[in-house]
Design a protein around this ligand. Structure first.
Ligand code: NAD
Length: 456
C-alpha cells in the first residue's frame, strides 16, 4: 500500500494499492491495443477531449487545488496559480497542434512528390515529478494524447491523488480508459513500467533518476526525453534598481518553497551594490509568511519530502564550516509531524560549498559577490547543470552579450523562474535531454515519416 501523507503535519490522507508487475503489464497491453483507434480518430475529436479536460479543470479548480495542497504542501494560492497557469498551456496546445502536425509537401516535380507526415510514437511512458504535477504532467500527456499516442502516466508518489484526479478528468472528457492509464506507486513501479516495450519515455525528475532511466532503456534504443534539475544562477549588475531586483529574485528563489526546477539557486552580485542588495533581499525574505499551506496568506509551506530537510541542513553546515555567513534561517522549524525549513540566506559563499554547486530544492539561497561581468559569466557556467540563467541590468545590450555566453536551455533578462508554453523548455548537460513546450514540444511526441510518391 502507498501511504499519502500531508507534509505539513504528517497525517495520513489516504492509503492506496500500488500497481504491480502484472497490473503494469496489463495496462501496457491494453494501451497497445487501444492506441491505433485513438490515432485513427480525427485530430478534431482528440482536441475536443482536451478542451473538455480544460473545462473540467475550470469546473473543479477549488477542489483540485485543495487536493494538491494537502498532498504536496503547496500554499493554496500557489496551487490555484498552477491550475490557472495550466489553462494557458492547454490553450497553446489547442491552438498549435493542428498546424504543427499537418503533413507538409516539400517537393513536387516531374511526377515525384515528397511529403513529411508526423505520426504518433505509439505507447509512451510519462514518469513525472511532484513539485508542479499539473505543469510537468501536462507538458507531456496533453500533446502526447493530441498527437495520437496512448500514455502510461506514473505521477510521483508524492502527487498521486492529483495524478488520479487527472486520470478521472481525462476519462470523463472522452479519452478512453486504456489510452490514458495512471500507475500508482514510487520508483519500483517506474522500473516495472520501463520493462515494457514502450515507444517513448518522457521523464521529469532529478538527474540521478534520469540517468538511471536513460541507462535502463539504452539497449532498446527507445526515444528518451529527460527534464531534470538545475542550479540556476542570476547575475545582478551594478546599474539595477536594487530593491526591485531583490524583490524579484527573492520570489524567484523562494516561490513554491524553493521547490521549482527553475528556482533561482545562486545569485552573483556586482561588488558595487552587493551590500545594499543583500540587505534588501534579506528584508524581503523576512517578510515572507511561513505557515499552514491551506491558509490564504501563506507564502512558504513545508518541504514536500522529509529527506530534503537533511540536504538543506547539510548545505548550511557545509557552508558555515567553509566560512559562509548566515543572515536568515538556516534551521528546521519545529512544527510537529511536518518537514519545515526556515527561509535561508547565506553570504560570503563560494564554489567550494555544496550550496553553490548541488541542487538545493528548498527555501535557501547563496549570494556571492563578483568583481564584474567576466567573473559572473565564468561562475554561472561553473556547474554541471544548465536549465536557466538570468541577468538583471538596465542595459539590454549588456544582458544580451552576457546571456549569449551562458550555457543554459533558457535565459532571462530582468526576470526569473518563468516558463512559457510558447518557448521550448529544455536543459543542457545534467539538466536534461529533449524539448517540451513550444511547437517543438508538440512534435516531440511524433516521428517524421517520409513519403516518396511517384505518380507514374
Ligand atoms: P525523482 O527523480 O525523485 O522522481 C521522479 C519520478 O521518477 C517519480 O515519479 C519517481 O517515482 C520516479 N522514479 C524514481 N526512481 C525511478 C526509477 N529507478 N525508475 C523509474 N522511475 C523512477 O524527482 P522528484 O523528487 O519527483 O522531482 C524533483 C526533481 O525534478 C528536481 O531535481 C527538479 O529540479 C526536477 N524537475 C525538473 C523539471 C524540468 O522541467 N526540468 C520540472 C520539475 C522538476
Amino acid at each position: 500500500m502507498l501511504s499519502i501523507t500531508n507534509p505539513a503535519n504528517g497525517s495520513v490522507i489516504a492509503e492506496l494499492p500500488e500497481d504491480t508487475h502484472e497490473s503494469v503489464h496489463a495496462k501496457f497491453l491494453a494501451a497497445r491495443r487501444a492506441q491505433p483507434a485513438w490515432a485513427a480518430a480525427p485530430l478534431a475529436t482528440r482536441l475536443a477531449t482536451i478542451r473538455r479536460f480544460r473545462d473540467g479543470i475550470v469546473a473543479h479548480l477549488e477542489r483540485l487545488a485543495a487536493v494538491l495542497t494537502s498532498e504536496v504542501g503547496k500554499p493554496i494560492r500557489q496551487s490555484r496559480n498552477e491550475l490557472n497557469g495550466l489553462l494557458g498551456r492547454i490553450d497553446f496546445f489547442l491552438a498549435e497542434t493542428e498546424r504543427t502536425l499537418a503533413p507538409r509537401a516539400v517537393f513536387d516535380e516531374g511526377g515525384m512528390v515528397e511529403t513529411i507526415e508526423q505520426v504518433p510514437l505509439g505507447v509512451v511512458a510519462n514518469i513525472s515529478a511532484w513539485n508542479y504535477p499539473y505543469f510537468v504532467g501536462a507538458n507531456v500527456f496533453v500533446p502526447a494524447l493530441a498527437a495520437g499516442n496512448a500514455v502510461l502516466y506514473k505521477p510521483s508518489e508524492y502527487a498521486t491523488l492529483t495524478g488520479l484526479e487527472i486520470g478521472n478528468l481525462l476519462h470523463a472528457s472522452g479519452v478512453p480508459q486504456d489510452v490514458f492509464a495512471v500507475l500508482v506507486g514510487g520508483g519500483r513501479v517506474g522500473i516495472e513500467l520501463l520493462k515494457e516495450p514502450v515507444d517513448g519515455v518522457f521523464f521529469t525528475g532529478s538527474y540521478p533518476t534520469g540517468k538511471r532511466i536513460a541507462e535502463a532503456v539504452a539497449g532498446r534504443l527507445t526515444k528518451v526525453q529527460l527534464e531534470l534539475g538545475g542550479k540556476d544562477p542570476t547575475y545582478v549588475c551594478e546599474d539595477v534598481d536594487v530593491a526591485a531586483a531583490a524583490a524579484s529574485l527573492a520570489d524567484g528563489a523562494m516561490y513554491n518553497t524553493g521547490q521549482s526546477c527553475c528556482s533561482v539557486e545562486r545569485i552573483y552580485v556586482h561588488e558595487r551594490i552587493h551590500d545594499a542588495f543583500v540587505e534588501a533581499f534579506v528584508q524581503e525574505v523576512q517578510g515572507f509568511k511561513v505557515g499552514e499551506p491551506a491558509d490564504e496568506t501563506t507564502y512558504i509551506g513545508p518541504l514536500t519530502r522529509s529527506q530534503q530537510v537533511k540536504v538543506l541542513q547539510m548545505q548550511v553546515a557545509d557552508a558555515a564550516a567553509k566560512g559562509a555567513k548566515l543572515l536568515a534561517g538556516g534551521h528546521v522549524l519545529d512544527r510537529p509531524g511536518g518537514h519545515w525549513f526556515a527561509p535561508t540566506v547565506l553570504v560570503d559563499v563560494n564554489h567550494d560549498m555544496a550550496v553553490m554547486r548541488e541542487e538545493s530544492f528548498g527555501p535557501i539561497i547563496g549570494i556571492q559577490k563578483v568583481g564584474g561581468d567576466e567573473e559572473a559569466v565564468r561562475r554561472m557556467n561553473d556547474t554541471e547543470y544548465g536549465l536557466t540563467a538570468g541577468v538583471y541590468t538596465r542595459d539590454e545590450a549588456r544582458a544580451r552579450r552576457l546571456l549569449a555566453q551562458v550555457n543554459a536551455g533558457s535565459v532571462y533578462w530582468n526576470c526569473c523562474d518563468r516558463v512559457s508554453p510558447r518557448l521550448p523548455w529544455s536543459g543542457v548537460r545534467h539538466s536534461g535531454l529533449g524539448v517540451t513546450l513550444s511547437t517543438e514540444g508538440i512534435a516531440s511526441f511524433t516521428r517524421p515519416k517520409a513519403w516518396h510518391l511517384r505518380s507514374a
